[in-house]
Design a protein around this ligand. Structure first.
Ligand code: ATP
Ligand code: MG
Length: 362
């Protein structure tokens, strides 16, 4: 079972959209997964058509009342995809737990207990836009971190703090935690700013920057209001294609082969009228936009685009383990749907002067 934290304390960068869409893409490939809504805003809960106000058992019961995870898990309309909903009562949890001993390990213990008698391939955590006790619980319970990032002015602001918290959790509470990737979301390929910010992000994160770009896509913004995943709402949209491409890239990072979708094409509702031409960033691109490989060139001065929060020296102090995540646990691989591949050579740990580099090519 691989546990994936989707985290960025900056608000509105695409965390919930990434959690639901990556989750749905993996579920459609035959993986069984559980999504946990750790945000009092309950956006993920609404996105999968649950009603936060009417849910009696939510994340709050788990964190405060010692409820068992198995009693909170609900099915969604996507086969293989389970959810634990949240509601606004989660907002009070930080304060209640503030003085409780062992408050950061509640989620990990609950998941460990759940995993003893439930088969899951992935757990995805949708984090709130803050770095409090809820996010700490997620980082302690997780194996991998996916950082959605908007390609816009000041997108790197706050990143130093997030990386510092991740390093602290690695050092004290969860040495196995690794950053899987930084995922550019809401990319507008028509603007120079987006391209410049992406170069800036690439300069900081090197090969930890995912190859896939999630373009601006109105269907992704619409889907939550229908309580549907992007694959249910607009399977032909660029949003569906981009998250499908990201899921494939993500599985490759884990050394897992991709599999054919389990959902028959004619099971999906027809695509809605396509009005994306104006809103999609790179409308001429084929389905599943993946940025061209190769080193980024012509990196502008940091001052030019204002992303000056992270000092290189800060990043070099304590490089985060950034080798590719290990192949998923042998006992949790879905039968025949995800044959693990063995990389030709193990990827070496990053040299101290090359923080955040994930070598992807032997
Ligand atoms: P929060 O910090 O409030 O939890 P978030 O990081 O989870 O926000 P989302 O809720 O996923 O961000 O996205 C913010 C808004 O942008 C939502 O209305 C969502 O539907 C929309 N959105 C997300 N990704 C895209 C995209 N690629 N194209 C267009 N709209 C998007
Ligand atoms: Mg959210």
């Amino acid at each position: 079972m691989k546990r994936i934290a989707v985290i960025n304390q900056k608000g509105g960068v695409g965390k919930t959209t990434t959690t639901v869409s990556l989750g749905a893409a993996l579920a459609r490939k035959g993986y069984r997964l559980l999504m946990l809504d750790l945000d009092p805003q309950a956006n993920l809960t609404v996105h999968v058509d649950k009603r936060p106000d009417l849910e009696s058992n939510t994340m709050t019961s788990l964190l405060l009342e010692d409820a068992k995870l198995t009693d909170l898990v609900q099915e969604t309309t996507t086969p293989n995809m389970l959810v634990v909903p949240s509601d606004s009562s989660l907002a009070g949890v930080e304060q209640v737990l503030a003085n409780r001993i062992g408050r950061e390990t509640i989620l990990r213990e609950a998941l460990d207990a759940y995993a003893e008698d439930h088969e899951l391939d992935f757990v995805l955590f949708d984090c709130p836009p803050s770095l409090g006790v809820l996010s700490a619980n997620v980082l302690v319970a997780a194996d991998l971190v996916v950082i959605p990032m908007q390609a816009e002015f000041l997108s790197l602001q706050g990143m130093a703090k997030l990386l510092e918290v991740i390093q602290l959790v690695q050092k004290r509470l969860n040495p196995d935690l690794e950053i899987a990737c930084v995922l550019p979301c809401m990319v507008d390929g028509r603007t120079n700013l987006s391209a410049e910010v992406l170069r800036e992000i690439s300069e900081h994160f090197g090969s930890l920057l995912a190859t896939t770009r999630i373009r601006n896509n109105v269907k992704l913004a619409e889907a939550p209001s229908f309580g549907r995943t992007i694959f249910e709402h607009a399977p032909e949209s660029n949003g569906a294609a981009d998250y499908e491409a990201f899921a494939t890239e993500f599985l490759q990072m884990l050394g897992l082969a991709t599999a054919e979708p389990v959902t028959e094409p004619d099971e999906a509702p027809p695509a809605e009228t396509d009005d994306e031409a104006e809103t999609d960033a790179v409308p001429s691109e084929p389905a599943g936009y993946v940025a061209p490989p190769g080193p980024m060139i012509d990196v502008p001065d940091r001052d030019e685009i204002g992303g000056d929060e992270i000092e290189d020296s800060e990043l070099e102090d304590e490089p985060i383990a950034a080798s590719p995540p290990a192949v998923a646990d042998g006992d949790s691989e879905p039968d025949e749907q995800a044959a693990p591949t063995t990389p030709d050579e193990p990827t070496p740990a990053p040299a101290p002067d090359e923080p955040f580099e994930r070598e992807t090519e032997a």
